[in-house]
Design a protein around this ligand. Sequence first.
Ligand code: GUN
Length: 291
Amino acid sequence: MSAQIIDGKAFAAALRGRIATKVAALRDAGGRAPGLAVVLVGEDPASAVYVRNKHKATIAAGMASFEYRLPADTEQDELLTLVASLNADPAVDGILVQLPLPPQIDADTVLMAIDPDKDVDGFHPVNAGRLATGLPGFVPCTPYGCVMLLKDQLGDLAGLDAVVIGRSNIVGKPMAQLLIAESCTVTVAHSKTRDLPGIVHRADIVVAAVGRPEMIKGEWIKPGAVVIDVGINRTDDGLIGDVDFNGAASVASAITPVPGGVGPMTIACLLRNTLISASRRQGVALDLAEL
Ligand code: GUN
């Protein structure tokens, strides 16, 4: 193995520490603690774990955590009523409705009902549009965490060839937008892409977000590339990424492990967005460069 292993867990812990310091400063200045509302519908076990971890991290950062657990048979209108009350609640700076939602609920309808200025997931079409046009808004947490790790590793990303594998609204598309904003040359590959190995092989930066265990092979990676593995695939062998880790680690200059790479960055960036929201809503300036 030649690649450096990118320690997302340590990076995220340090980021959460900086956020906690800013929260304390906001309160010292007479401000209100940032408030994050998380809504879980049903009992999907993976979602329950995420929601519990979000709650713990929110409290640890000195923020207020409002948790709503609704039964799996909740009607869409009931959820929309809850979202409307959270939109109107001045103590709530961020609203997150955990996905996936049960089949009787249309996720797009619910996400569009969230006030875009409390949409700390960055999933509302208004925030997707803001990201695409370079306006301030909320950026989805997982891709933003990936960019933080990449900039920490590489410094300026301008001019680098980046390949994003996956075109989801949650990771692939916002990831591509963020890399464009960093002046990378961006290719978005997906299930219909021809010659994926050839496309991956020309990339200085590879971001894998397909949800298929070890689909990206080590021999596809250009020597010296930085590999960011967003995949979290639950298999009989435990959590496995989208990248053949051992193969890729023998040629890449740096790679994120699964677990302990991108995963911990998501919650840290969610807290970052919640702090940004609270500072905007309370009219307190925040030096984002320090976050
Ligand atoms: N389910 C898995 N990841 C996420 C996330 O980042 N946000 C929401 N709302 N649901 C998810």
